[in-house]
Design a protein around this ligand. Structure first.
Ligand code: NAP
Length: 271
């Protein structure tokens, strides 16, 4: 299994919408298939499900990379560290591998320094092995990193798939030693029927979803596709075996059309 420079397996599992017993079953199935990287968040309400699936799997703690994200509702003074302690209780863990600030504070309601300082406190308290961000632009990354001094932002999680390749931001991250996690890596299944991707997938004897996942991983990015269906969990995982030539990568590069599926009026000024 390939990992990035911070030890995060490139193949991960998204857990948005995987609540309740069906969610536990899906996460456990993924762990049985071989997934060793789980992505959750306070707002997904799936931290308990992840914890339960991890316990039922019998896997050792150190064998699974666990990421959670702090809700912007918990950015206010004195709120972030207790909220992460609650996340750990729900997960049944002493420490997560990575904690992300889920979004920049909407409309700057809370000052960046207020929540950046608190995530550093959470790290100093040993609640998280590493820290990172999500949906941060180049400007926000630079500001946050300057506030953190020697403590590195190791990861930025943002929307990235063949229709939204986010090259400016991805290049900035690479140049600054920030690893990338692609969310919506299969564009929620919207790549099906694409006139460029379908023939290439057929030629490579894979699906368009596998092609998209292989494309991100070939760039060294982690991917966190989600599914409640065992056969799709398996097929997404099998994307690790798809190898792409420079020519294939160039073909996929051409389908970028800047189509963003996740956006809000309070989102940052995207790069
Ligand atoms: N940081 C952020 O702000 C942020 C935002 C959004 C998402 N995320 C994270 O990213 C993860 C992935 O995003 P996502 O779940 O929204 O989108 P996604 O992984 O791109 O797509 C998941 C959707 O596609 C379907 N699907 C899965 N595998 C498929 C396949 N092989 N062929 C066709 N359809 C397939 C799933 O349906 P079935 O369940 O029916 O298979 C599900 O509806 C989330 O779970 C979450 O962990 C983070």
């Amino acid at each position: 299994m390939k990992r990035n420079q911070y030890g995060m397996p490139l193949m991960g599992l998204g857990t948005f919408d995987r609540t309740g017993s069906a969610g536990i079953d899906a996460i456990l199935t993924a762990l049985e298939i071989g997934y060793r990287h789980i992505d959750t968040a306070q707002t997904y309400d799936t931290e308990r499900e992840c914890g339960e699936a991890l316990r039922r799997s019998g896997l050792k703690r150190e064998d699974v990379f666990v990421t959670t994200k702090i809700s912007t509702e918990n950015f206010g003074p004195g709120m972030l560290v207790p909220s992460l302690r609650q996340s750990l209780d729900r997960l049944g863990l002493d420490q997560v591998d990575l904690t992300l600030l889920h979004w920049p504070s909407p409309k700057n309601k809370v000052a960046l320094s207020t929540y950046v300082e608190q995530i550093a406190e959470a790290h100093a308290a040993g609640l998280t092995r590493m820290i990172g961000v999500s949906n941060f632009t180049r400007l926000l990354l630079a500001e946050a990193q300057s506030m953190l001094g020697g403590l590195r932002i190791v990861n930025n999680q943002f929307e990235c798939h063949p229709y939204l390749q986010n090259r400016i931001l991805a290049d900035y991250c690479r140049e600054n030693g920030i690893s990338v996690t692609c969310y919506l890596p299969i564009a929620r299944g919207k790549l099906a029927g694409d006139p460029v991707l379908e023939p290439l997938a057929a030629e490579k004897n894979c699906t368009v979803e596998q092609l998209a996942l292989a494309w991100s991983m070939a760039k060294g990015h982690a991917v966190i596709p989600a599914s409640g269906k065992p056969e799709r969990l398996k097929s997404n995982f099998a994307a690790q075996a798809v190898t792409l030539s420079d020519e294939d990568m160039a073909t996929i590069a051409r389908v970028d059309c800047g189509r963003r599926y996740i956006d809000f009026d309070w989102a940052p000024d995207w790069d």
